[in-house]
Design a protein around this ligand. Structure first.
Ligand code: SIN
Ligand code: CO
Length: 384
């Protein structure tokens, strides 16, 4: 199996973006040939036993009532052979083969991706018809599932069959297919969909993120406060005589708006905000801080040995913003770059394993050595 290559058939990433992305759903049969699950059902159940990993089981009981149980789970025996689904969030933070499922989707920038959620469903298992606010690619792993996807429809009604479960009424499907291992389904936001397992079945959901304006403004305000910025007060030394003292004039309104927006134009500040905001993960990570700090000498020793791999923590979020000041962002932290460190930073942002041989070519420059020890000591990268 080669997960790197997605068989687009008559389509291409360009056509997909122009015709389908955020517009209409798509099923690509056999997008991945000989697809194999990146994690077994047993391993998935193991992750659902961990307190820091978000998981839930959605089931339907003998009285046809929906039930939602939240992890961590101790055992699964009560759920029987049918009518339930286990869903585990951010499995890519704990399973590198699952993280590697993101590789074919790099035609969309990584900051738009949230996580890979994995579900294991027994026959007739599913979460019911519902809408999501985010785009999702669903790779069908082992087993078969019937997927129905409809178009946005304002006449659908919201159903809450359980306080933790939001569903929608029956919809008219525009895709109604049985998916098999290697099939790829794309569902844009707010398109009703329903996946019902035909047999034990595993699904990998590549979920996207799109911040709301409210979230952005609120986080931006937090960042201003954290940095003691924006404390200056509105001033109006050019004030003209007021004709109607009870009016907030067009001019005053514009001045106030410009006064607020000044914060967005502060040199470098917005870039730092957005870089940190978009690389902050929403799920726990397996950060691997070394027991003893790695200094430049120790790094030199490690690099003198062949066949050692430097690995990023699985599921880490990283990005570079090229600006007057080019900066690497990892997990919400910023690392200022210059011409010497940019190439190494690009490798770190791409998050592919790096060999000692490759890294040695960078460390003739002390700044690269410092960048590398920095990300190692913070536990974002580790030595295998
Ligand atoms: C799943 O059950 O694997 C996916 C749930 C969803 O449609 O969001
Ligand atoms: Co969904």
């Amino acid at each position: 199996m080669n997960i790197d290559s997605l068989n687009w058939g008559d389509l291409s990433p360009e056509i997909f973006l122009a015709q389908y992305w955020q517009k209409k759903p798509l099923l690509i049969k056999q997008a991945f040939t000989n697809f194999e699950d990146s994690i077994t059902a047993d391993e998935l159940a193991g992750l659902a036993m961990e307190g820091e990993i978000e998981s839930r089981i959605v089931s339907v009981n003998s009285k046809a009532e929906w039930q939602v149980d939240h992890g961590p789970f101790e055992d699964f025996s009560q759920y029987g052979e049918t009518d339930w689904t286990l869903l585990v969030q951010a499995v890519n933070n704990w399973s590198r083969p699952t993280h590697d499922l993101l590789t074919p989707f790099t035609f969309i920038p990584s900051w738009r991706i949230d996580d890979v959620m994995v579900s294991f469903s027994t026959p007739n298992g599913g979460v019911g018809a519902h809408l999501d606010q985010y785009d999702v690619f669903i790779i069908q792993g082992s087993g078969k599932r019937r997927w129905q996807v409809g178009a946005p429809d304002s006449s659908l009604t919201t159903l809450i069959p359980h306080p933790d479960l939001k569903q929608v009424s029956k919809f008219e499907p525009i895709i109604d297919e049985i998916t098999q291992a290697g099939d790829l389904l794309y569902i844009p936001p707010n398109h009703p969909h329903n996946g019902v397992s035909i047999e034990n079945s595993v699904n990998f959901s590549i979920g996207f993120q799109a911040p709301s304006s409210q979230e952005l403004w609120s986080s931006f305000a937090d960042k201003l406060i954290d940095n003691n910025l924006g404390e200056q007060r509105f001033s109006d030394p050019e004030r003209a005589l007021s004709q109607t003292s009870f009016n907030i004039t067009q001019h005053d309104k514009q001045q106030l708006k410009a006064f607020m927006l000044q914060q967005l134009d502060q040199e470098g500040f917005y870039e730092q905000f957005i870089g940190q905001y978009l690389t902050q993960g929403h799920h726990a990570l397996e950060i691997l801080v070394p027991v003893n700090d790695i200094d430049e000498e120790k790094l030199k020793d490690i690099l003198s040995e062949p066949d050692i791999l430097f690995m990023p923590v699985s599921g880490l979020k990283a990005a570079i913003i090229n600006d007057n000041q080019t900066t690497l962002y990892i997990n919400g932290e910023s690392f200022a770059l210059d011409n010497n460190t940019l190439e190494l930073a690009q490798h770190l942002a791409q998050q592919k394993p790096l060999t000692t041989k490759k890294l040695k070519s960078f460390t003739h420059c002390l700044k690269n050595t410092q960048l590398l020890t920095n990300v190692l000591n913070k536990g974002y990268w580790y030595i295998e």
